[in-house]
Design a protein around this ligand. Structure first.
Ligand SMILES: NC(=O)c1ccc[n+]([C@@H]2O[C@H](COP(=O)([O-])OP(=O)(O)OC[C@H]3O[C@@H](n4cnc5c(N)ncnc54)[C@H](OP(=O)(O)O)[C@@H]3O)[C@@H](O)[C@H]2O)c1
Length: 329
């Protein structure tokens, strides 16, 4: 299959390349696009080097499937009005809520790929993917009335410039210097040794775009428009690995063992019990969504708490997209 990556030099683009290689994806030809800044760079893939170019006219004729991993602003002019024959698996938010475009986590709703007429397939947000897998596993036992989720999202979730900014901020702090404004351009604040309870922009109710995405995307993937999801998203000074602390509130008592069994048997989830909880650093480079710290609320068996961690660049982004491509056949 001829494969193209738009945004090949970014964190998600580079992770996609590694995964195509690791998983033995049948790549017959590879086309790599990035901005003018990277044009001419050569990237190794298997035993060859491929030159990066800017997005050319008729770019879509160069591959059968494209992984598009660029910002919303860059995605729009490239993909809006797309009528080509190549499959596009898009990581931006541009098409996620478009009713004519499937929003896919293969383990949850991959079956819709068989019947879609859309050539664009949207890849969900990096927090939504692990969250919906766990919610789906829980819902196979009992549907919660409400879910309260606090997402703790790593710096790499905002791209390579964000990761570089976190590292730069750390260097200033390590030598006892104040972080200057030009080292706060991506996050707007100091993230190193700190937390930032804002990802995206706030609407008039005070909810952030990231919080809205988690709710809206989860409802679309789970095909459950009424599911009550209350989210709070915070940026944390972790390099790679998103975490979620989630509370599920049910209308009646829920059996912990049944939930544990459902999580254990769910494809792509690794369940760990007791003291074997999983931290974000442990997920870096791993494919699975990790679920641990499952417990009832004290004195209330209608409430469950659990902890989710995932490599945001792999299952949260690139791996999910490669799995979609694998199921396109
Ligand atoms: N990071 C995550 O965990 C994650 C998870 C899910 C979804 N996403 C989404 O995936 C997309 C990519 O994220 P990322 O983290 O990989 O970002 P990133 O590290 O900042 O990389 C951005 C990529 O876009 C390229 N680019 C910029 N302007 C371009 C242009 N005019 N034409 C072609 N390419 C251009 C960059 O090329 P240069 O190197 O030449 O600048 C780079 O390859 C975003 O939409 C993001 O929201 C990210």
């Amino acid at each position: 299959m001829r494969v193209g990556i738009i945004g090949a030099t970014g964190l998600v683009g580079r992770t996609t390349l590694s995964l195509l290689e690791e998983r033995g994806f049948p790549v017959s030809e590879l086309t790599l696009f990035a901005s003018e800044r990277s044009a001419g760079e050569r990237i190794r893939f298997r035993d060859t080097e491929v030159e990066v170019t800017t997005v050319t006219e008729n770019w879509d004729l160069l591959a059968d499937v494209f992984f598009c991993s660029v910002s919303d602003e860059v995605t729009r002019p490239i993909l809006e009005g797309y009528k080509g024959d190549a499959w596009i698996i898009d990581k931006s938010k541009v098409f996620r809520m478009d009713p004519s475009v499937p929003l896919v986590v293969p383990e949850v709703n991959g079956n819709i790929l068989k019947s879609t007429s859309s050539k664009i397939i949207a890849n969900p947000n990096c927090t939504t993917i692990p969250f919906v897998m766990v919610v789906d596993a829980v819902c196979k036992v009992a549907r919660p009335e409400r879910i309260v989720a606090t997402a703790l999202q790593s710096a790499s979730g905002a791209g390579k410039d964000a990761l570089a900014e976190l590292r730069l901020q750390r260097e200033y702090l390590a030598v006892g210097q104040e972080v200057p404004d030009d080292a706060k351009e991506v996050f707007g604040r100091v993230l190193a040794s700190n937390l930032i309870p804002r990802i995206g922009s706030f609407d008039k109710t005070g909810e952030s775009t990231e919080e809205r995405k988690l709710r809206a995307e989860s409802r679309k993937i789970l095909d459950d428009a009424e599911l009550a999801i209350y989210a709070a998203c915070t940026r944390v000074p972790v390099e790679v690995g998103h975490s979620l602390s989630a509370t599920f509130i049910f209308s009646e008592e829920v059996n912990l063992r049944k939930i544990e069994k459902s999580l254990t048997s769910y494809p792509g989830i690794t369940y760990r019990s007791g003291d074997d909880y999983v931290t974000p650093a442990q997920t870096e480079g791993a494919d699975d969504v990790y679920c641990s710290r499952l417990r009832h609320a004290p004195e209330d068996r209608t409430v469950l708490h659990l902890w989710i961690t995932t490599d945001n660049l792999r299952k949260g982004a690139a791996l999910n997209a490669v799995q979609i491509a694998e199921s396109l056949g």
